[in-house]
Design a protein around this ligand. Structure first.
Ligand SMILES: [Cu+2]
Length: 510
């Protein structure tokens, strides 16, 4: 009896050791869940100067996190900053309490504090994460978030992520102060009776004959932008020292481009490589060819390219809207020497417009259904007073856009201002169905560029109850009022404290 129990004990221990061993050598990332993401300062050299920026990184130093869709999201955020933070999972369909927006979905995470985010994943594709606290996004508090699946892995022979950003040596609080003080108005003179000065700019055009997007020169007024940055960066590097991806001849390469910039829209130029635009905001579209694409703030585009059999060096450049500044990465086959690329393009770019959006078709559109509710969203404000509004109101206020669970909802977003706004609805995929009165079966998105004096209608299904941020993704517009919430009837509003919102601006506001 005794020896039988002893044997059983030994067998149990052996079994346990085998199980432990298997789980410790298992290759899947999911075996190590939860992933710990540290929000912390990091040194960075930009244009020869050492600066301190922020990062969201794993213990290994890897930026961000690529969860397997099948295993779900399971992350502990550890705040190692000297100020509070709050990380938002941009574009992810998740339960509202997991959305990471301070004073809407949670309290900020204090210094040395942690918070766990755990939920099943319903999507796969190109997403990103960033601080939703104060102006931290400008200090590069952002990282890629690629939702991986077998389908995603099969999309190309090689895949690379390119996170674009804008960088200034000025602290973000000072940038906001300058914008609010009306310095911009003095410089631009656009509010005075001066003739608008037209110049040669590069815009995106659809070449009907070749059926592709191409760059084209236009004579136009330089578009209004918020702020002149010191540098544009791709994966935290300028073109003085760009990231070089060593690719194989003949391979297909998927570039997941993310505009993680605070106030810069981009044009992406694949140069000699013809790209297929296969997804926007992580959601598949019917493929469109070209070598010149629009990428608004907080949006993503997936570009599929084929490296020619003879190999070579292929820069992929991202130029800021209304500037000559550019950044990028280089695809190069083994043995090829990469020569220096200019930080300034020959011509500035025009403003983003609806050229690309009008051509996009969702691969998986929303099912046809009558609209139950129509919500207005009029964007207002100007550079002069730098007070940005939604439906005439600047945030903080306690007005919300209200819906009921189960409704098909449409929002008509009308931009009455002189500049474009990247509007982001949290927790939902919306489908573009109309642009300036023209009906279309457009892309599914989470972030929409609404060009000046333009109107876009989107639809979505109210199937994710709670309270959700809905705002302009230009960081300084968001901090100057262009923010509201979408609220489901009966939503838990425990954390919604509009009056506390501006207190966030103090820590990094300096
Ligand atoms: Cu805006």
């Amino acid at each position: 009896m005794k020896s039988a129990r002893f044997l059983a004990g030994v067998l149990f221990l052996v079994g346990l050791i085998v199980v432990l061993r298997v789980s410790s050598i298992g290759g899947e990332a999911g075996d190590n869940l939860p992933i710990r993401l540290y929000v912390r300062e990091m040194p960075l050299k930009i244009l020869g100067k050492e600066v301190k920026v922020m990062e969201i990184a794993q213990e290994s130093g890897a930026e961000g996190f690529d969860p397997q869709t099948s295993q779900g999201f399971d992350v502990e955020v550890v705040n190692q900053l000297k100020e509070p933070t709050s990380i938002h999972w941009h574009g992810i369909l998740l339960p509202a309490p997991m959305d990471g927006v301070p004073y809407v979905n949670q309290e900020p995470i204090p210094p040395n504090g942690t918070m766990t985010y755990k939920f099943p994943l319903k999507q796969s594709g190109t997403y990103w994460m960033h601080s939703h606290f104060g102006l931290q996004e400008q200090t590069l508090n952002s990282a890629p978030l690629i939702l991986q699946s077998e389908e995603q892995k099969a999309k190309a022979d090689e895949q690379y992520v390119v996170l674009l950003s804008d960088f200034s040596f000025k602290p973000p609080g000072q940038i906001l102060k300058e914008l609010k003080s009306g310095m911009k108005k003095m410089k631009s003179g656009s509010s005075m009776n001066q003739m608008p000065k037209k110049e040669k700019l590069i815009a995106q055009k659809w070449d009907d004959g070749a059926q592709r997007f191409v760059p084209a020169t236009v004579e136009e007024e330089l578009p209004d932008t918020d702020f002149k940055y010191d540098a544009l960066i791709a994966n935290r590097r300028t073109l003085e020292d760009p990231e070089v991806f060593r690719v194989k001849s003949g391979h297909t390469v998927l570039l997941r481009m993310i505009a993680g910039s605070s106030a810069t829209n981009f044009f992406v130029n694949t140069g000699a490589l013809t790209a297929e635009l296969t997804a926007v905001d992580g959601k598949d579209v019917l493929p469109l060819s070209g070598n010149y694409f629009q990428l608004g703030i907080a949006q993503r585009i997936d570009l599929l390219v084929k490296i020619p059999d003879e190999g070579g060096v292929f820069p992929v450049l991202a130029q800021g809207e209304g500037t000559r500044q550019q950044c990028g990465v280089v695809l190069a086959t083994e043995g090829e020497t990469v020569s220096k690329l200019p930080i300034q393009a020959e011509f500035a770019t025009a403003g983003l417009d609806n050229t690309q959006e009008l051509k996009l078709t969702a691969k998986n559109p929303l099912p046809e259904k009558p609209v139950d509710r129509s919500l207005p969203c009029v964007l207002g404000g100007s550079m002069a007073d730098y007070n940005w509004t939604i439906n005439g109101l600047a945030y903080p206020n306690d007005k919300s856009l209200d819906v009921k669970e189960g409704e098909r909802v449409e929002i008509l977003i009308r931009n009455d201002t002189a500049m474009s706004h990247p509007m982001h609805l949290h927790g939902h995929d919306v489908q573009v169905v109309e642009i300036d009165g023209k009906k279309l079966n457009g892309a599914l998105r989470d972030t929409l560029i609404i060009p000046p004096k333009s109107a876009t209608k989107v639809i979505f299904d109210a199937n994710n109850p709670g309270i959700w941020a809905f705002h302009c993704h230009i960081l300084y517009h968001l901090a100057s009022g262009m923010f509201t919430v979408l609220k489901y009837q009966g939503a838990d509003t425990e954390f919604w404290k509009p009056e506390k919102t501006l207190s966030e601006l103090a820590p990094s506001g300096q």
